[in-house]
Ligand binder design. Structure first.
Ligand SMILES: Cc1ncc(COP(=O)(O)O)c(C=O)c1O
Length: 274
């Protein structure tokens, strides 16, 4: 059993084998509206949340999260539980964020005390975590992370590519701010869609963004969230590497797949990459 791409059900296969409706047809508009409403059900999100369906992959959803929620210079905390958390950290780093990674030993999720301790070192604009990291199989518990992020005044953003529709996620009840996935995993669709639901706080944070973000709305619907990843020409091309905390008891014993090497003598309770 693999996390995906998954087998497509005969109903979905049949739906893709008929001539597509016109992109402005009533049929398409109704189907799109129905999909958005169903996303709220799957995400267990409230009516104030905004679902987005974009043509692209899960990685596009990661880019969209970074481009819309983080300004250059903002601090972001990434719970690094594997390859895809690492990718999120990289994307945030390239978007100009000051990224701190909390990396428990390979195969483990961090304890809430560890997360709370790092958040105290804030303020952070957002906490990013991978609900299930496909590379390691590590599943984090989003509920306490949402609570801790909220207490620290940070947004709680989750990569649900390997989890959405397969693992329990209660966006409204837990107070998560953004949860995204790709169509090719537990939703049981062909690849090609990036799906995400943004909560009220994420939408407000995006609307309150800096000049870069306000400029980007000028090409879209006024006041609506920009969903296009942006790149600022003035951003440094090679910013310094993000700081990283990790919890392996033996320095250097974990994360051999990481870029760079860990420092020799870690300060407790973890180590911070210079
Ligand atoms: C947890 C996780 N995040 C992100 C991605 C990236 O998704 P995509 O390959 O659709 O870009 C994947 C892909 O397997 C994933 O498993």
């Amino acid at each position: 059993m693999i996390p995906g791409p998954v087998e497509i059900s005969p109903t979905v296969l049949a739906a893709t084998s008929v001539p597509p409706p016109g992109h402005t047809s009533t049929r398409l508009i109704e189907a799109f509206g129905g999909s958005i409403e169903r996303m709220r059900q799957v995400w267990q999100a409230d009516a104030a949340s905004q679902p987005f369906l974009l043509a692209g992959s899960g990685t596009l959803a990661m880019e969209v999260a970074a481009a819309n929620l983080v300004e250059p210079g903002d601090r972001a905390l990434v719970i690094n539980t594997g390859f895809f958390s690492e990718r999120m950290a990289e994307i945030l780093h390239r978007a100009g964020a000051s990224v701190t990674e909390l990396a428990p030993p390979l195969g483990e999720a961090p304890g809430t005390d560890q997360v709370r301790e790092i958040l105290r070192d804030g303020p952070f604009k957002a906490l990013f975590a991978t609900h299930v990291d496909t590379s390691t199989g590590v599943r984090i518990d989003p509920e306490p992370l949402c609570r801790l992020a909220r207490e620290a005044g940070a947004l709680a953003v989750f990569d649900g590519v390997c989890a959405a529709a397969g693992e329990r996620f209660e966006m409204a009840a837990w107070g998560a701010d953004l949860y995204f996935t790709g169509s090719q995993k537990a939703l049981g669709l062909p690849p090609g869609l990036a799906l995400m639901v943004a909560g009220e706080r994420a939408l407000a944070a995006r609307a309150a963004g800096g000049p870069r973000r306000r400029r980007s709305t000028s090409t879209g619907t006024p006041g609506s969230p920009s969903i296009a990843p942006t790149r600022s020409a003035s951003r440094p091309t090679s910013p310094p590497p993000p700081p990283r905390w990790s919890w392996p008891s033996k320095p250097g014993s974990a994360r051999s797949w990481r870029r760079g090497s860990p420092p020799a003598s870690p300060p407790m309770p973890g180590r911070r990459r210079p």
